[in-house]
Design a protein around this ligand. Structure first.
Ligand code: ADP
Ligand code: MG
Length: 701
């Protein structure tokens, strides 16, 4: 193979590609010969051996008892025509009785004008079709709905193969793609660059990518196909893991951060200032953070912890260390509700250290804002908590040493970078309350160090969760009433509908219903994302002061709401949410000492109920997150989908073990040659520099 060939970058340079086919390829995201060379089959049809007719009939009979997907009933066979009948209607139907040594079957062509009058008794045919059963008056008959056929000469053997199935569209079927790849096989193969160094491959028992590419498209056996596929996936994973390893190495080497060593005794002093003992997890994580912050390379760490695990306290500890060295901290949150709550919760934790919390967001008055800006610039302010407002040009720090980004996935890459750019190299702490599955944490977040708060403070009673059918909503509301009569409060999460306009409409309708029919004697308030933030805050404060009994809310309650007296949450349309999101929602209750409940309302379909049942069974956010990922796939996984990486042949879930092997190899390579400067690593470096996907997918890009 040749890595130096200068390929034409135009699809038109390929044999058999004209403007129309080029357009269809582009519509599938294939822009160049190189991207066609990077297209791999998603599956195969094993057409090496035609099935006997008796076999097809037997399988069709068996399958009739259980529904099967259309794909799995596709078969191929070879038979001789013993009878032909044609119906020449508007939709012509041609039927032929096919026979081999084992039996007979009726093959039917629907609406295929080209077949009419072309079939003759005695001819041998290869046919590919869907087998099904047809019930006639007297018996069950197996039938083949023909998709494709070919005539075989007498004595001509059927030459079968493993047939690759490519990601296709209606206007560009897999078979056309297969033909295109076959016609340009050598030219496309020449575009495959073997960049992974030989010793790495040898150690893992892998061959060249080039060989694997050939085999993936023309596998002799299913086993060969699987092995070649694994080799291709290894290449993808190795590139991702290498990009992550290199990014971390660059980050470590960049230096320039304030080295904020923790003075002896600070942890004891910090703990002594709190009204409770730290959990072991909090202590461990604070030490992880402080160790990072003590070095000259900027910290770049992701703090994960379930709702209620006490992340605020950990953030406070980092802020205390920064302030002890006279550098400033900034905490950026995605919404005002959340920013305000952080400010409120941090203030008492920081008071013993003489750290004042300044707030900077939209609804803070202009005069106060400009005072805060002045304090930031002069260095009088140790900590500012805010929203995107922090990113504005006129927010200038005297010495920003620590940037904390809460719910980091709700900010774009550019926004996160903008906050960090307010200083040379601030230590950065990303926080999220969405537990990230281990698999994703090792891949999409591979450029960050991870800290996990995997322990809840003592004294929490787990939230009892129930799944109820739609028709039992009245009993859920009766349960809400009972709790309110005991002095508690309740959340009702409004029915979810996709477009926000109708979501509001249905929330308003539910509000009407609750106020008029269900709780006419209780105080019901509505909170939704379209309220002006002043009004949102007013509603929240009334609820927090127990001036309302029921808060009907859209998912804006997901983050930032902390009302310990609220002990019940009813989630309407629960089946519309991801498990991780539901788990996060229900974390709004169970914040006080009272026993807390979450009632999930969903349609009676078994699948919906089974999925939701996981929430009733476990309170472990990480288990729930893994399950969510497994059920919904990477793209859907709430809050963690990042740009890039979506078109991998491999799955970070099912091929995770392979990813870990690739990662180990990539880490070792970068440890030995952090700059990929050795000659044998040049190909790798240019591969990475040309791989925007691998670069774009990381948090600190
Ligand atoms: P998170 O932000 O992770 O959801 P918070 O930081 O808001 O959690 O903490 C949740 C609640 O737990 C708060 O009321 C906080 O005061 C309390 N808390 C935090 N750490 C501890 C601890 N070690 N022991 C007891 N209570 C704690
Ligand atoms: Mg919190």
């Amino acid at each position: 193979m040749s890595a130096t060939a200068q390929p034409s970058t135009s699809l038109l340079a390929l044999r058999g590609v004209g403007p129309e086919l080029a357009r269809r390829l582009r519509a599938l995201g294939i822009e160049s010969p190189r991207s066609l060379a990077a297209l791999y089959p998603r599956a195969y049809k094993d057409w090496r051996q035609p099935q006997t007719i008796a076999d097809i009939v037997r399988t069709a009979l068996l399958r009739a008892r259980e529904p099967a997907d259309a794909d799995s009933s596709e078969v191929i066979t070879v038979g001789r025509i013993v009878r032909v009948s044609e119906v020449r209607a508007r939709v012509p139907i041609v039927s032929a009785e096919l026979e081999d040594d084992t039996g007979r079957i009726t093959a039917t062509w629907f609406g295929r004008r080209g077949v009419t009058g072309r079939l003759a008794v005695g001819e041998r045919l290869f046919v590919h079709g869907r087998a099904s059963l047809r019930r006639s008056r007297s018996a069950m008959n197996a039938e083949l709905n023909v998709l494709h056929h070919a005539r075989l000469e007498d004595g001509q053997r059927y030459r079968g193969a493993m047939v690759p199935v490519y990601p296709a569209s209606k206007e560009l079927p897999s078979r056309t793609i297969a033909t295109l790849i076959e016609r340009n096989f050598e030219a496309l193969g020449a575009l495959i660059v073997d960049a992974v160094p030989g010793p790495v491959l040898e150690a893992l028992g892998f061959g060249s990518l080039h060989d694997a590419w050939r085999t993936v498209h023309r596998p002799p056996t299913p086993e060969a196909a699987a092995a070649a596929r694994e080799r291709v996936i290894f290449e993808e994973f190795f590139a991702l893991a290498l990009a992550a390893a290199r990014k971390r190495a660059q980050h470590r080497a960049s230096g320039g951060a304030h080295a904020l060593a923790a003075p002896p005794g600070l942890l004891a002093r910090f703990e002594g200032a709190q009204p409770f003992a730290l959990t072991a997890a909090q202590r461990r994580v604070i030490e992880e953070l402080w160790r990072d912050m003590g070095g000259p390379s900027p910290m770049n760490r992701l703090l994960q912890g379930d709702v209620g695990s006490g992340k605020t306290l950990v953030a406070a500890a980092a802020i205390v260390l920064a302030a002890a060295h006279g550098v400033q901290s900034a905490l950026m949150a995605p919404t005002e509700i959340l920013a305000a709550q952080h400010a409120r919760k941090l203030a008492p934790l920081l008071l013993p250290f003489n750290i004042r919390v300044d707030a900077l967001f939209g609804s803070v008055g202009a005069r106060e804002r400009s005072a805060t800006r002045a304090r930031l610039e002069s260095g009088a302010c140790d900590l500012v908590v805010g929203t995107h407002a922090l990113l504005e040009e006129d927010v200038v720090f005297r010495e920003l040493g620590l940037a904390i980004i809460d719910e980091q996935h709700r900010f774009g890459v550019a926004q996160r970078a903008k906050l960090r750019a307010k200083s040379r190299a601030p230590h950065t702490l990303h926080m999220t309350a969405t537990p990230i599955p281990r698999t994703l944490a090792q891949t999409k977040f591979a450029d960050l160090d991870l800290s996990i708060l995997d322990e809840l403070p003592p004294g929490r009673t787990p939230i009892e969760t129930y799944v109820l059918r739609e028709s039992r909503k009245p009993s859920a509301y009766a349960f809400v009433r009972k709790n309110i009569e005991r002095g508690r409060q309740a959340y009702i999460v409004a029915p979810a509908i996709d477009e926000s306009e109708s979501a509001l409409t249905s929330a308003l309708a539910e509000l009407e219903h609750l106020r008029r029919d269900v709780f006419p004697d209780l105080r019901v308030e509505l909170l939704h994302g379209r309220l002006p933030s002043r009004q949102k805050d007013a509603v929240m404060s009334r609820f927090a002061r127990h001036e309302a009994d029921v808060l009907l809310a859209t998912t804006v309650v997901e983050v930032g709401v902390d009302v310990p007296n609220a002990s019940v949450m009813v989630i309407l349309d629960a089946h519309r949410y991801g498990l991780a999101q539901l788990h996060q929602l229900r974390g709004r209750v169970g914040r006080g000492v009272a026993r807390s409940y979450c009632v999930l309302i969903a349609p009676a379909e078994r699948a919906a109920v089974e999925r939701l049942d996981i929430l009733a069974q476990t309170a472990d956010g990480f288990i729930i997150a893994e399950e969510d990922l497994r059920l919904r796939g990477e793209g859907e996984f709430s809050g963690t989908a990042q740009a890039g990486g979506g078109d991998l042949l491999g799955s970070l879930v099912s091929d995770f073990a392979l990813y870990m092997r690739a990662k180990a190899a990539a880490d070792a390579l970068v440890a030995a040659d952090p700059g990929l400067a050795r000659p044998e690593h040049h190909a790798l470096r240019s591969l990475l520099d040309g791989n925007a996907d691998a670069r774009a997918m990381f948090v600190s890009s």
